[in-house]
Design a protein around this ligand. Structure first.
Ligand code: DGL
Length: 270
């Protein structure tokens, strides 16, 4: 029997997953959440699939030990490489990733359009987004660009200004109007750290380009699953924040990702 007062566990390599948590809180008011940022081992996006899967399994154990009733993998890299292993390790829990929901958002693109996926190095190399979008929409042309510097910038709390725009411009070079590769109808933020760059990105992209991320679609899926199993909470929600390093910076910078100031962040060891 599901304990409706138990929290939903959410994890990422760092603060990026707070963008997904923000959407989850909006979709599931009254729900309790426990969030883990594995900041000691960030970035996941430059690690091999085996290492990412090992880290993701360890992160999930911390949350499971605290009695969660669903697990949201708020990291595209971990979703790409560890979702099956996580579902196998925790057969008693519903486990949700962010790649499939992000791909569904991209699949709204017009017929035959180009889609540009911005993600971590490992997510791009593994091809999870490319495959997931093409499964839904084989007519689309998919391009993918690894943007590792954006994760470091986001974790530093640098999400605006000239330097950010230069880095974003570097990654978009050749993919936007005037470039030779494509003029994407849709840009997918295929890393949960990237929604903090939505505004500067918008300034660099033509008006007709739609920018999508997986936060809202993931939250909808989680909410639908909990509602259809009759397991939504009806009590004042509580948020517990955990990080494996740098809790002071997490508290200071994390508010921008979540859209409100953060309370204390607890240090945990994996
Ligand atoms: N936020 C993570 C993602 O969505 C990865 C960032 C990183 O650790 O490289 O892929």
């Amino acid at each position: 029997m599901t304990d409706e007062s138990a929290p939903i566990g959410v994890f990422d390599s760092g603060m990026g997953g707070l963008t997904v948590l923000r959407a989850l809180e909006a979709a599931l008011p009254g729900e309790s959440f426990i969030y883990l940022g594995d900041t000691a081992r960030l970035p996941y996006g430059s690690k091999s699939p085996g290492t990412v899967a090992r880290y993701a399994l360890q992160a999930s154990e911390i949350l499971v030990e605290r009695g969660i009733r669903a697990l949201v993998v708020a990291c595209n890299t971990a979703s790409a490489f560890a979702l099956d292993a996580l579902a196998e390790r925790h057969p008693e829990l519903p486990v949700f990733g962010v790649v499939e929901p992000g791909a569904s958002a991209a699949a709204e693109a017009p017929r035959g359009a180009s889609v540009l996926v911005l993600a971590t190095e490992s997510t791009v190399a593994g091809g999870a987004y490319q495959k997931a979008i093409l499964r839904l929409r084989p007519d689309l042309k998919i391009h993918a660009r690894a943007c590792p510097l954006l994760v470091a910038l986001a974790e530093e709390g640098e999400h605006e200004g000239e330097f950010c725009e230069r880095v974003l411009g570097h990654y978009l070079h050749g993919h936007t109007a005037g470039g030779s590769v494509s003029d994407p109808a849709v840009v997918v933020l295929g890393c949960t750290h990237f929604p903090v760059f939505r505004e500067p990105l918008r300034r660099l992209l033509p008006d007709h380009t739609v920018v999508v991320d997986s936060a809202a679609t993931t939250a909808e899926r989680v909410a639908d699953a909990l509602v259809s199993s009759g397991a939504t909470a009806r009590h004042p929600g509580r948020l517990t924040l955990l990080a494996t390093d740098g809790v002071r910076r997490f508290t200071r910078v994390g508010g921008y990702f979540l859209g409100r100031p953060l309370d204390a962040v607890e240090l945990v060891d994996l």
